[in-house]
Design a protein around this ligand. Sequence first.
Ligand code: SF4
Length: 372
Amino acid sequence: CRAVCPTGAITIKQNVGAVWRALADNNTRVVVQIAPAVRVAIGDKFGIKKGENVLGRLVAALRRIGFDEIYDTNFGADLTVMEESKELVERLESGENLPLFTSCCPAWVKFCEKKYPEFRKNISTCRSPQEMFGALIKEEARMNAKKDTRKTMVISIMPCTAKKSEITRPEHFTDGEQNVDYVLTTTEVTRMIQEAGIDLAQVKPEALDMPFGIASGAGAIFGVTGGVTEAVLRRLVNSNKVEDLEAISFTGVRGVDGIKEAKVQLGDREVRIAVVNGLQSASEVLDQMKAGEVNYDFVEVMACKRGCIAGGGQPVPIGPRTKKARLEGLYKIDNLAQIKLSNQNPIVMTAYDGILKGKEHKLLHNEYSAGE
Ligand code: SF4
């Protein structure tokens, strides 16, 4: 049976009340996805060691609360890697709209659109991992509508408050429908778990649901600055030999500096990369680009310093020790992952041969920067 809000506190601020109501409705299928950076932060409020990956405990708690299907946004991140690496290769070949700017951080996208509109065309058309995942689930629901008459609702658990506005942007809608219905921050979910009387530290870990519970290590590192770049480079180098993976991690994309530069040889082309950590550093890079002082092919920007591990929806305080522990927690997930490359995720490849076939653009891309 489904759980309902144990305290009757339906009017909990932000989206918690709406999610409790959906959980209480037997005619709604509630699907939830968990972002990479959430799993190494939510343990903080339950006295669990900082940076520990508590994904299994979180899954168990969400199942007890009443979510119908629990999946991994890292799967969506694998899709983003597939599409963004394809887009980079296309732009390198055509020479148009370079550098390619990453699009998975909505605060950065908004900043670029407002302050540097001349660079709008450089922003990747790829939807963010939560949006790609949501579009996939909603498409699956549309296809199965005759078999399953319940309404499908997609909830994202995100480290980020900007993700709440990302889902309402019309460019992210598919066939006029929102891909993700509600975003809950890590802090909001912490409160739901506490209100349900669950102590995460005491819960026995459980596995994610199939099929979208399988993700590569490349998807996991999306939560740290430099992670998107490293994941895309892995896909393009397309090798899972330890020495090749280490070579990518040593190019300079890891680390916490405001602006990191790297050069990577892809075939006969040297690709120039900048990894930008925080919006102040983004301004510096864009000003230098405008002045013709620097030249790149690929630029990753995350608005929060050190990336989503320190997002505005994460438990506080987030001092240097906490940030370091969360960052190490995500790299540890990657180290232990059996699948390192997004294109080696068997469920990703099955999706491309099935539900995504011929619909890649419709489901995985936005229109806002295309062709302008
Ligand atoms: Fe959100 Fe910050 Fe991550 Fe950007 S870097 S997606 S603003 S948490």
